[in-house]
Ligand binder design. Structure first.
Ligand SMILES: [Zn+2]
Length: 411
């Protein structure tokens, strides 16, 4: 079983730590899971319930068929929805993907249930300054078309694993750099900013971030149920791509978030009605976005020892990583790339563009983001360069030859 000890709070040098000890019997991992923030926000940590420590353990429990035993309390609503819905759904999705059929579904047990509403007041959202994040910000803060009770009052940045998982200290340094950047942005628009550091990602060394980011980030949100009335989590996929794919938790967020909300905190998958291309179009006219959009993976790559060519330039967005290329092409399709020339390094774009377009066309069969980009080219009558089409033809020819050689056993 996975045992979650009673959560405790510690204060030292202006930093508040909220932590619980985790005993994972099957995998032999026994250590503290912790969240830290500065003292001001630490007052909103919620030691009455262990919800913040339960969420990160869900996938671990499902993957290893261990029950979770909480040696304190859980929110009643969360307890009900986990045992009556989520654990069954996630187990079935896991077994379907990995060809298992055990008939087992793990359970959560606890000492007691709490159904208190802490009457929080804040409406929060993460502020990475990327496309998803700006789309949420624009609708829920910068424009006037949002109902008042959904208007953002606080911005956040969490270290739940988005800054890399291999080099933990490097990731932490990148997170701290981003905290300062986001703090400046929040100050510039007059919105309070909340940061939370955590070691939650280290409990999933073998799992990709796509598997687990919703559980880890929402665990951090539930650590502060006295603060968050609503929390808007920027959706990675639009509703037309919803599916119970265990490898991509973002695809089943519209189901998951209402089921891991509590009496106090409503978790919302935001901007589900927009595909990536719609979001880029929606935000690209905005002056603030033209100055601050930040999609680049350079920080994550700097913390990945397997990547040799790390970006050395001075632009905000390196112009070479997959997220930069994807965004630059989308902006070009919309005829807006020039508006972003001060924040994207476009020095190699002309050289790399044709090959990248070919990669998008080929990849569009198996990758939803690339499929959306290719659809957007067709929707906007974007002129596909003849060189790109030649690359595609050549690649498909090679793929066919390789397929035949494999079939006849020569490869
Ligand atoms: Zn980049």
């Amino acid at each position: 079983m996975i045992r979650i000890g009673k959560p405790i709070i510690e204060k030292e040098d202006g930093i508040t730590t909220f932590k619980a000890f985790i005993n994972n019997d099957v995998e032999g991992r026994n250590e503290w899971l912790w969240y830290t923030t500065d003292e001001k926000w630490g007052d909103y940590f919620c030691p009455e319930v262990a919800d913040a420590f339960v969420l990160p353990m869900i996938l671990r429990a499902v993957k290893t068929y261990q029950n979770i035993v909480v040696e304190s309390s859980i929110s009643e609503k969360l307890f009900y929805n986990l045992n009556d819905s989520v654990l069954y759904a996630v187990t079935k999705a896991y077994e379907k993907k990995y060809g298992k059929q055990t008939g087992e579904v793990v359970k959560i047990e606890c000492n007691s249930l709490v159904s208190t509403n802490y009457k929080p007041m804040a409406i929060g959202t993460g502020c990475s300054l990327g496309v998803d994040s700006f789309a949420v910000l624009k609708h829920h803060l910068l424009s006037d078309d949002c109902p008042p009770s959904y208007r953002i009052t606080h911005l956040t940045l969490f270290n739940a694993g988005a800054f890399g998982s291999r080099d933990v200290e490097g990731a932490r340094k990148s997170f701290q750099k981003e905290v300062e950047k986001t703090r400046l942005f929040a100050n510039s628009i007059g919105i309070p900013f909340v940061w939370v550091d955590s070691n939650t990602r280290s409990f999933f060394p073998e799992l990709s971030f796509d598997w687990c980011h919703t559980y880890l980030n929402m665990g951090i949100v539930l650590s502060m149920q006295k603060l968050w009335k609503k929390y808007l989590y920027a959706s990675g996929y639009s509703l037309d791509n919803i599916s119970f794919d265990i490898d991509y938790c973002a695809k089943y967020e519209p189901y998951l978030l209402p089921h891991i909300s509590t009496e106090s905190t409503e978790l919302i998958s935001a901007s589900m009605n927009m595909r990536r291309s719609d979001k880029v179009k929606y935000i690209s006219e905005d002056r603030l976005v033209q100055e601050r959009l930040y999609v680049c993976l350079k920080e994550q790559q700097a913390n990945n020892p397997n990547i040799k060519n790390k970006y050395q330039g001075s632009y905000l967005n390196c112009g070479h990583c997959k997220k930069c290329l994807r965004t630059m092409l989308q902006l070009e399709i919309l005829g807006k790339l020039d508006l972003f020339k001060d924040i994207f390094d476009l020095s190699d774009w002309d050289k790399e563009r044709e090959q990248y377009i070919a990669d998008v066309i080929i990849g569009s069969k198996n990758n939803l983001m690339l499929a959306n980009l290719y659809d957007s080219m067709l929707e906007h009558n974007y002129p596909i360069p003849s060189k790109s089409l030649q690359y595609v033809k050549k690649r498909r020819f090679h793929n066919r030859i390789n397929y035949v050689l494999k079939r006849i056993g020569l490869k």
